[in-house]
Design a protein around this ligand. Sequence first.
Ligand code: GDP
Ligand code: IMO
Ligand code: MG
Length: 422
Amino acid sequence: MANTILIGAQWGDEGKGKIIDVLTARADIVVRSQGGNNAGHTVIERGKKYILHLIPSGILRRGKMCVIGNGVVVDPVALVGEIEGLRKLGVKIDKNLLISDCAHLVLPYHRALDEQRELRKGRAKIGTTKRGIGPAYGDKAARTGLRMCDLMQPRLFSKKLQAKIRENNAILRALGAKPINYDEVNDAYLAAGAKLRPFVTNTVVYLHRALQRDKEILFEGAQGTFLDIDHGTYPYVTSSNTTAGGACTGTGVPPHRVDRVMGVMKAYTTRVGEGALPTEDRQVAKRLHELGREFGATTGRARRCGWFDAVATRYAAMINGIDDLAITNLDGLDDVDPIKVCVAYRLNGKRIDVPPSDALQLENCEPIYEEHRGWKKSTERAAKFSHLPPRARAYVKRISELTGARLSMISVGPERAQTIFL
Ligand code: GDP
Ligand code: IMO
Ligand code: MG
């Protein structure tokens, strides 16, 4: 397999974890480049469910190296919890995990500020995961963040932490929020740091040496294209570059070492949190929720659902340079008839085929649909493209054509085996 960047082509939760797990079989290294434990990537292996937040989804395959790159924001206490949780489930984690010494830390005041900002926004809230992601990336951009390499130097870390807590407590008090206790945080973070020490290194050097030895890298995107800080539905976005470019800055692997970009998209659309979702449809949501599907892997919130939005995915194909498409959750439409696909938007009486940059304008876009007849048959056992009902084949071909990229994988269930390669 070539060095591949895998990104979400919609609003996150496209099934990236499942596709990464499948593709890891052919890769040597899986690396996360952005986001933090706001991500929730589900992998189901032999009926056992794993939800990965900070650790790359490749961890479930023996003999594969997993790297948390410099662009990720790491809550060390949450990461230790995740490692211990996976170990309890029988996953081996020792020499197969590396953490960048440049990765920024998420601290309790980031989470407290995240919560306060959301509270203060009232109805205009973003609907964040409250994991402190925005404030942590804010500190990074302001050049006031603490990094993994600080945590590896306990005395220096404690000193910096004390100053940061003093500064942030002044803000929290002014907002009427509970201040952070330095001693408690210092103890918890130093204890987590000691547990993480064996994994912390300069991952840029590791990755470059691996490339020299022709090792193949799979870049695991978190969130999705429309949650990108630059290209997403600002301000209803996350605080990192979730699009393909972020994979290079977030790992230190140069662009010319990337061979292809794979976009993962659901056969319909979902979004969790606030912000426009032009094709949102209550009936689609009701049906999927009744099947017990589309509840957030990180926060458990019910995801908003709607029809496939080709205006969005075509834009995603452009920004990310998607070569190959993986369409997931095709089985979610098994008993839906008719099935709608959004091919353009109408805004102020005009037909447009790219999403407007302004949040309010996007909110006012009316989808223009084409209708497809449903296949009304289970696709869950299809192992080959030819096993799919003809209408399901026509549907995936059509949404790939509208997106403008080659269809190379179809997922018809959460298990590894429920994957069709083309
Ligand atoms: P990610 O964040 O992109 O990794 O996606 P999530 O794990 O948050 O959400 C995707 C959900 O869909 C998870 O519950 C997966 O187990 C599930 N899933 C992935 N692919 C398929 C599929 O083809 N069919 C079904 N039924 N479920 C799928
Ligand atoms: P994966 O990797 C879906 C959403 C939140 C909110 C916005 C900002 O599992 O696809 P944040 O906590 O990042 O400041 O929240 O982004 N969000 C996600 N939605 N999947 C995710 O990750 C998400 N990570 C963040 O719901 O709307
Ligand atoms: Mg998810």
